[in-house]
Write a protein that binds this ligand. Structure first.
Ligand code: FEO
Length: 393
């Protein structure tokens, strides 16, 4: 339990040991489920709860914060890492009401089987007084579910943003103490769950422009006491024209041919002044690849042929790129085959969500030789030209 300001406490939990979210997203630094207790002069509110596996620690923190009674449980988002302890909170505080928007209410009833009469519905912009502190609810849909919202406390100029602006990071410091580290964690988080919703984020950022925000308190990672740091980063990440002179080469190789092609190609790009990072898909941290996807101008997938098609690891990468819909401007495919391959059709067929120019693929029959290397040089030339044309070099 830590105090943000007078009578506003962070009562959530650090999950130091968690290494995977949604059984998909790597968490190299664990995560936190931040929840906030606001004691107004007349009423007390709990903003979000924690993952159900950590309810005991939340209860402990509430006891330490002297939360003898809670009038309102504000639910910004129905996903269980923030809502999962609500049923226990409703048992612990039998007079408490869950305050949320109608969409979130319906989802909480679906996911947690809560009773209808335990809710108070609030509309976009509506205020709820705690006495000397006022909660204003701001709908911010699609960060990253349709029901997401934030709470603004004007007296303390704090925006409680839930997942929006969050970072998966367990840490002992309440506030950001290393901006570079937090920005990387926040970029990873943005790339993994927010990136496909850039259009909605743009609208939500605009909506927040009128607020004189002193502090952003998200539900994952440390609190921002210099909000411009994360607001500016989000503005960059969502800007469709802000891509970097950077190529992601994500590959898998079985018998060395695709490996040789990848290494040759990465060198060729470097020689032309193009930024590049090589990811072996069998061992890569997918989160690092996703950080790069946020603003890389070009993505190239390398695959051998297995069972007449692309390697499953390459297909997984294509599926990931497709679902995350990065602002990548160009896509390439390189690889090899023994006697025939449907790899290119399979990979391009999985990239339909990405609005990018797809270059002519470079495929080698058998071990890569002069012909393949010459085509890879031509592909590297083309990428350098394209990056130049975008003003990136
Ligand atoms: Fe942190 Fe979407 O839950």
């Amino acid at each position: 339990m830590r105090a943000l300001t007078e009578r506003i406490y962070e009562v959530g939990v650090q999950d130091w040991d968690r290494r995977l979210f949604d059984e998909l997203i790597p968490l190299p630094d664990g995560t936190s489920y931040n929840a906030y207790l606001i004691k107004g002069s007349e009423k007390t509110a709990l903003l979000d709860t924690v993952d159900p596996s950590k309810t005991e620690l939340l209860v402990d923190h509430l006891v330490r914060a002297g939360a003898d009674s809670i009038d309102y449980i504000i639910s910004h988002h129905a996903e269980q890492d923030h809502s999962g302890s609500i049923p226990d909170m409703l048992l612990m505080y039998p007079d408490a009401k869950v305050v949320t928007n109608p969409k979130c209410k319906a989802m909480l009833i679906d996911h947690l089987q809560l009773e209808d009469d335990r809710f108070i519905e609030v509309q976009d912009g509506q205020e709820l007084s705690l006495g000397d502190k006022t909660l204003q609810f701001i709908y911010t849909p699609w960060v990253h579910w349709p029901e997401t919202m934030c709470t603004w406390v004007k007296e303390d100029r704090i925006l409680f943003s839930c997942d929006f602006f969050g970072s998966h990071q367990a840490c002992s410091n309440l506030y950001v103490d290393n901006e570079a580290l937090v920005l990387e964690a926040a970029k990873r988080y943005y790339g993994e769950i927010m990136m496909p919703f850039r259009t909605s984020i743009r609208g939500n950022l605009k909506k927040l422009e009128g607020l004189d925000i002193a502090t952003i308190a998200p539900s994952h990672g440390p609190v921002y006491n210099r909000p411009s740091m994360i607001l500016d980063a989000y503005r960059d990440w969502i800007a469709e024209d802000k891509v970097k002179n950077h190529v992601i080469v994500a590959y898998v190789s079985m018998h060395d041919s695709t490996q040789r092609m990848t290494e040759y190609f990465v060198d060729a790009l470097m020689e032309r002044g193009v930024g590049v990072k090589q990811y072996n898909l069998t061992v890569a941290d997918i989160g690092e690849l996703v950080i790069d996807l946020v603003d890389a101008a070009t993505v190239v997938i390398g695959s051998p042929t297995v069972l007449v098609g692309a390697h499953p690891s390459a297909l997984y990468c294509a599926a990931l790129v497709n679902v995350l819909r990065p602002k990548t401007k160009h896509l390439g495919i390189i690889g090899s085959f023994g006697w025939g391959s449907k790899m290119v059709d399979q990979i391009t067929g999985m990239l339909t969500n990405v609005k990018a120019e797809i270059f002519e693929p470079v495929l080698s029959k058998g071990m890569a030789g002069e012909q393949a290397y010459s085509e890879l040089d031509a592909l590297a030339d083309k990428i350098a030209q394209k990056h130049n044309a975008l003003g990136l070099m």
